[in-house]
Write a protein that binds this ligand. Structure first.
Ligand code: M6R
Length: 369
């Protein structure tokens, strides 16, 4: 049942090309226009949406953070990301023009379910991005956009995360197409580029030997930091969560721009830091800014583990290790940059002799509030 792999997590990491490809399947017509027939909300209602709130927990919430950058850019609708358990007991500004997007692999997470019910009570439109057919959250929502990652057994989420991000891109592009505007014409070309991502993930999975080696030598590490910017920021958070869950190592993800506002004080000799570097064509010179962050922490003794796209030579002088990922458009990068971090956490957990698929104190789906 593990398909020849030692753990479900390893199997699921290797299924990620399919998770993305299957989630993309059947969403466009011959001309490349998105057609979301399964959506039970009318086009008119979708066009009237003036605000989106994503509600989710854990890894699914990080997918929501990626979605915020993409949907705001393409569809020009403001997006908030709320942890479901915080949304439920705050006083959120939500009405019938708000689209509340819940993201959940299991469709049974109680915190997320309660947030959806609350959104329904407030009159919002609710749509569920979910991986499990017939589960509770899609049933309680006005509409559902299924991810097709297949069953995810390991407690630590991997392929569902990539599928959730993919589904959120589809939603953002659909909204852009529906509402017209500057990026409406881009929908087809982004969908086209997304079709190439599964092959790039496969390519990347074939290059993980060095990442595994790095992990094996770090079994005694007590703390690891992760830095990213823009869509790399949620990837940094996700890398840290994977390490906490799987290897019981203290880990924190930061927005790289925040370093100088405090976290840089943590850097001392030998501190391992993963840096997710935006590709050089990312707007606003973010690439240059992150490269100078690497330089700053390296000067303070950090051990810099740099995730950078193929051909980015600017990082080399300041990197103790360069982990290469294939190139793609800046907004799509999380589908690639998170993969080495998943493999790293898996390998470190294995090196420590821990139970990869069933970490202590955790359940696959959290059905209590
Ligand atoms: O089933 P869900 O997507 O609603 O689960 C949400 C979180 O509990 C889940 O992503 C959790 O953070 C994972 N253990 C992360 O690996």
């Amino acid at each position: 049942e593990k398909g020849g792999y030692a753990t479900f997590m390893e199997k699921e990491i290797n299924e990620q090309p399919h998770a993305v490809a299957d989630t993309l399947l059947g969403r466009t017509d011959e001309s490349g226009r998105l057609v979301l027939d399964e959506l039970r909300i009318s086009e008119e209602q979708m066009r009237a949406v003036d605000k989106i709130v994503v509600v989710a927990c854990g890894t699914a919430a990080y997918a929501g953070m990626v979605a915020k950058y993409a949907i705001e850019h393409w569809a020009r609708i403001p997006v908030e990301v709320a942890l479901a358990h915080e949304f439920r007991y705050a006083d959120p500004v939500v009405d019938e023009r708000t689209l509340v997007v819940s993201i959940s692999q299991s469709g049974e997470t109680m915190d997320t379910l309660m947030a959806v019910k609350h959104a329904n009570d407030l009159g919002a439109l609710t749509i569920s991005v979910c991986n499990t057919h017939g589960s509770t959250i899609p049933r309680e929502s006005d509409a559902v956009l299924y991810t097709h990652a297949g069953p995810e057994i390991a407690v630590a989420s991997t392929k569902a995360f990539l599928a959730q991000i993919t589904a959120c891109y589809i939603l953002g592009l659909y909204l852009a197409q529906l509402r017209g505007g500057t990026y409406a014409d881009d929908a087809a070309s982004v969908m086209h580029e997304l079709q190439d991502i599964p092959a790039k993930i496969s390519d990347l999975l074939g290059r993980m030997d060095r990442v595994k080696e790095i992990a094996r030598f770090m079994a005694d590490t007590r703390s690891v930091l992760f830095l990213g910017r823009n869509v790399g920021f949620p990837v940094a958070m996700e890398g840290a969560l994977k390490l906490k869950e799987l290897a019981y190592i203290h880990a924190e993800g930061f927005a790289a721009g925040e370093l100088k506002h405090g976290p840089i004080a943590l850097i001392d000799a030998g501190q391992p830091v993963f840096i997710i570097v935006p590709s050089p064509d990312t707007p606003h010179e973010l690439h240059k800014k992150v490269v100078s962050n690497i330089q700053e922490i390296r000067a303070r003794g950090a051990r810099t583990l740099v995730i950078a796209v193929d051909g980015d030579e600017d990082v080399v002088p300041f990197a103790d290790e360069v982990i290469r990922v294939p190139k793609c458009s800046p907004l799509l990068q999380p589908l690639l940059t998170v993969v080495p971090l998943q493999v790293f956490a898996l390998q470190l957990s294995t090196a420590k002799g821990l139970d990869v698929d069933q970490p202590r104190n955790l359940a696959k789906s959290v059905t209590v509030e």
